[in-house]
Design a protein around this ligand. Structure first.
Ligand code: AVI
Length: 322
């Protein structure tokens, strides 16, 4: 059984779309990329050769499975392995398999904002790993964090992979990490992926593929507004634009209006005007180095216990304690 919070999404979607489209400059949150179509597009992104993040993290988890697994283990009372933003769980399965085969006493608790992703993962896991205990939940991270506090009966290991933290600006990331810290006990662990700074061209290529998958993913927020909030965006009149600032490590995605237009969104009772070349900022994908991660950890009251990287040192997984 998957638990869903009924008052999720629709009201906050409406509110945030109103706020974002009536601001200057305009913005929309990337968390609204993810509906059924957006989930599928993100799967396709993860399979693109240029989107190196997935392969790098998969390589880290596959190379260091035993070391990571044994750091997680509690032989006395077992543990709850809580994964935020679990997605399709492809990378986590390597660890789960090790833990099941080595008789860990644990429950896997995947949490994702996408009901569709959580359902697919749960049914897939029950087929692939029938001995695994899965207790899945649909929810937004910040709201789920509150509930994590009630989870204090045995060791918790919280996982947040995919450099999902990179979709938050630093102040929000610190807020998020601080809330995770508040939900943790001294024996609990936090295991997170952080995409690293690297050749700016490699980063730009990852977010600007020639096949147009990332563009379609970015534009999916407009398609959702059309369908769910009665909008009439002419999606093809927007151009996906990516930029990367190597100084601060921030990649930014935009939708740029290729001509002046008027868009109506019924649910928010608004007609929104676009000048030609006006932008909607939709996503940040922050890139890190050890200094930035240490700073984020210190600001949030966390300590880095250890870290793991891939062959090319494109990506790192850090293990934190409070
Ligand atoms: C989910 N998140 C970490 C991805 C990223 O790299 O920022 C989303 C994404 N956006 C474009 N490509 C992938």
């Amino acid at each position: 059984m998957i638990k869903t919070n009924p008052n999720l999404l629709n009201t906050s979607f409406k509110k945030e779309v109103f706020e974002g489209l009536t601001s200057f400059p305009k913005h929309l949150s990337s968390k609204y990329f993810y509906d059924k179509k957006g989930d599928k597009l993100f799967q396709d992104i993860m399979a693109m050769p240029g989107y190196y993040l997935t392969d790098c993290e998969f390589q880290i988890l596959s190379t260091h499975t035993e070391t990571i697994g044994e750091l997680f283990r509690d032989r006395e009372n077992g543990l709850d392995l809580i994964e935020l933003g679990a997605g399709d769980g492809k990378k986590t399965k390597v660890l789960l398999k090790y833990m099941v085969e080595n008789n860990f006493n644990f429950t896997y608790k995947p949490i994702d904002i996408s009901e569709n992703a959580v359902e697919m993962l749960s049914s897939n896991l029950s087929e692939e790993m029938p001995r695994l205990t899965v207790d899945a939940e649909v929810g937004e991270y910040f709201e789920v964090l509150e509930r994590l506090k009630g989870f204090n009966k045995r060791k918790k290991v919280i996982m947040f992979l995919g450099s999902n933290i990179g979709n938050l600006k630093h102040p929000k990331a610190i807020d998020f990490l601080s809330k995770l810290k508040d939900a943790m006990l001294p024996e609990d662990l936090l295991f997170m992926g952080f995409d690293q700074k690297k050749n700016p061209q490699t980063i730009l290529n990852a977010y600007n593929d020639e096949t147009g998958i990332t563009a379609a993913f970015n534009k999916n927020v407009l398609t959702r507004i059309n369908r769910e909030l009665g909008g009439n965006f002419q999606v093809e009149k927007f151009k996906h634009w990516e930029m990367y600032d190597p100084e601060n490590g921030t990649a930014k995605s935009f939708l740029v209006a290729t001509e002046a237009m008027e868009v109506t969104v019924e649910a928010i009772n608004q007609t929104v005007n676009f000048d030609q070349w006006e932008t909607i900022h939709t996503e940040i994908s922050q890139k890190y180095d050890d200094k930035i991660v240490s700073w984020l950890a210190a600001e949030s009251g966390l300590e880095i216990e250890t870290s793991f990287t891939d062959e090319k040192e494109y990506y790192k997984n850090y293990l934190f304690r409070k």
